[in-house]
Design a protein around this ligand. Sequence first.
Ligand code: HEM
Length: 180
Amino acid sequence: MANLLNHPEVIKKATNEINIHVGSNRLVEESDMSKLPYIQSIVYETLRLHPAAPIWSPHLSSEDCTVGKYNLPKDTIVLVNAWAAHMDPKMWSEPTQFKPERFENESEVNRLLSFGLGRRACPGSNLAQRTVSLSIALLLQCFEWKRIGKEEIDMSEGNGITISRTNSLEAMCQLRSSMV
Ligand code: HEM
C-alpha cells in the first residue's frame, strides 16, 4: 500500500482493471485473480523491491559444484542475498524504481528470488501470492486511498531476518460511493 500511495497512477490502473473485469456489484473473489494480472504484478514488484525474506535460509552444498565463477567444495554454507540480486542493474532495468509493468512480460517472474528457488523454495508461495493479491484488490475496490500529506511516503527498511518498515504507514481511506 505504501508503494501504491507513492504512485497514484498505479492505483488508477489497478482500479481500472478491477472495474473492467469485476465491477462494483460484488466483491472481488479469489477466482477473479487470474483476470487481474496487473494487481499480481504489483505484488511481484513489491516483493522484488522489498523481499520479505531478504536473505534465504542457509543452504549447504551436498557435493562439489560451481555457481557462476565460484567453485564450492562439498559442505559449503551458502547464503543467497535476494535483496541485492533484486537491485542488480544487470538483471533489472531501473532496479530502484517501482514499476509493476516490468512483470507484464510473464517470464520476468522467473527471475524473482522472493520465494527461494529449487527443492527448498517456499511451499507457501502460491498461497501467499494469491492471498496478498486478493487483499490488495479488495482494498482498492472498496476504498479510495490518499497520503496524509504532500510528501512521499518514506520507504526506509529496518534490519532483520525479515524486512519491515522503519516507520509505520499512515494513510487516509474513504469508502467508494459505488460500494455502498
Ligand atoms: C509473502 C509471503 C512469503 C514469502 C516472501 C516467503 C519466502 C520464503 C523464502 C525466501 C523461503 C526460503 C527459501 C530458501 O531458503 O531457499 C521460504 C521458505 C519456507 N516458507 Fe515461505 N514465504 C512466504 C509465505 C509462506 C507461507 C504462507 C507459508 C506456509 C503456508 C510458507 C512456508 C514456508 C516453509 C515451510 C519454508 C521452508 C521450506 C524448506 O526449507 O524446505 N511461506 N519462504
